[in-house]
Design a binder for this molecule. Structure first.
Ligand SMILES: [Zn+2]
Length: 406
């Protein structure tokens, strides 16, 4: 019942999503409907903590006005959040966060009738927590197939790190968020995931142009990538430095400026702790089923080698803050270098920082970040910081064997 299979359809391009709506069907049943130009295959499963309904589709073109999506969440007490986007290699995903435990009562495709195109229909009935957990387990069994994200193997490094002749330092740049996870949304509706990609591509261009660095991006498209995969990717690429690019948002629009974060078990302050919690939710937002360990980054075991790496990360972060200041980039007030338990910074042998280039919730920051000239300026400061970082004598620390991130 949870796996829908249509006949093979020959498509001239991805199907279009033409409409989306939801409403109370009968008491305690919410009907969710997508208007789609073609018949599509889908699979549905549910996840707890928070309650989520995840629907995997082929890639589709969402021709829906933002207002329709805002209405969907605003007018339906059951639907608390709605996200969609690329997930894995060839598919799209919808993640619906629901306010209460629900049970998938029905799901089917309707054929076109009159003015109506194909419709995907999903009925969600209210249930209790215990039933939700039971059905969630069962739905995962039925929907089980290799997870496209987990199965994604990072491309092998072009050279073996230990034996490489190439003396360029490898900097892995990580554009935050992507695909089904948009990240923060700016005042004018611009998605953090697109900004981080534009920023990262500019940085990669400038890094490669120096001839001293080889830049490698964790993602070069609007694609979802799990946090753990980004860590694994950086290690497999033999990174000498890992920079994760983000742009935060804050409730009140006053907060602005760039800030740099490094890994620590005890957060430097409560704002940094809250930010780490928010950034670590990327996988939850994308509908990944996370282990206890993935949810609780604070519990990571930090060994001696990692401590050395964490010190190196702090040195780069300090230099980066100095260079940003020298370039007249506005910095977050009080303390522009902070630390907390960021999942994406947990590679034990790669110095890693998370750079929030500014606040998308602040008018001035948003306007600046939209400008290429501003992103070029940021990139120059990041590179200057890398130059002085790599110029410093480096303690000899053996790489931690094994490919696992923790
Ligand atoms: Zn972010």
């Amino acid at each position: 019942m949870l796996l829908g299979l249509s006949g093979t359809a020959v498509l001239a391009g991805p199907p279009d999503v033409l409409g989306v709506r939801a409403g109370r069907q009968i008491e305690d049943v919410t009907r969710f409907v997508l208007d789609i130009s073609h018949k599509v295959d889908y699979r549905i499963f549910t996840l707890p903590d928070p309650y989520r309904v995840v629907i995997d589709f082929p890639d589709m073109d969402w021709k829906i006005h933002k207002d329709a999506l805002d209405r969907l969440v605003r007018d339906n007490p059951t639907i608390k959040g709605f996200r969609f986007g690329q997930f894995g290699q060839a598919g799209g995903r919808i993640v619906m966060e629901v306010a209460e435990p629900v049970s998938v009562k029905n799901s089917f495709m309707l054929n076109p009738v009159g003015p109506h195109p194909y419709r995907f229909v999903l009925d969600l009935a209210k249930t209790d927590h215990a039933s939700f957990l039971r059905e969630s387990e069962a739905s995962k069994q039925v929907a089980a197939k290799p997870d496209p994200v987990i199965a994604k193997v990072p491309p092998p490094p072009t050279t073996v790190p230990q034996a490489r002749k190439d003396t360029r330092k490898i900097i892995v740049i990580d554009p935050g968020h992507g695909g089904v996870d948009p990240g923060a949304i700016s005042l004018n509706g611009y998605h953090e995931k697109n900004l981080t990609l534009a920023m990262s591509q500019e940085l990669a261009r400038q890094l490669n142009a120096t001839g001293r660095y080889k830049a490698v991006l964790t993602r070069n498209e609007d694609d979802f990538m799990a946090l753990r995969e980004r860590v694994t990717f950086a290690r497999a690429a033999g990174a000498d430095l890992f920079i994760s690019i983000h742009a935060d948002s804050h409730g009140e629009g006053e907060t602005r400026g760039a800030s740099v974060y490094t890994l620590s078990t005890d957060a430097s302050d409560k704002e940094a702790a809250a930010l780490a919690t928010k950034e670590n939710k990327a996988d939850v937002i994308a509908g990944l089923d996370l282990s206890r360990q993935d949810r609780d980054v604070a519990s990571i075991l930090i060994d001696l080698a990692q401590r050395e790496t964490m010190n190196r990360s702090k040195i780069y972060a300090g230099t980066l803050v100095d260079e940003l200041e020298r370039a007249n980039v506005a910095l977050l007030a009080h303390r522009p270098h902070r630390s907390a338990g960021f999942a994406v910074l947990t590679a034990p042998d790669v110095p890693a920082v998370l750079l929030e280039v500014g606040y998308l919730s602040n008018k001035t920051d948003e306007r600046n970040l939209m400008q290429q000239a501003h992103r070029q300026k940021l990139a120059r400061a990041i590179i200057k910081a890398a130059d002085s970082f790599f110029a410093q004598p480096r303690p000899v620390v053996a790489r931690v064997p094994g490919g696992a991130s923790n």
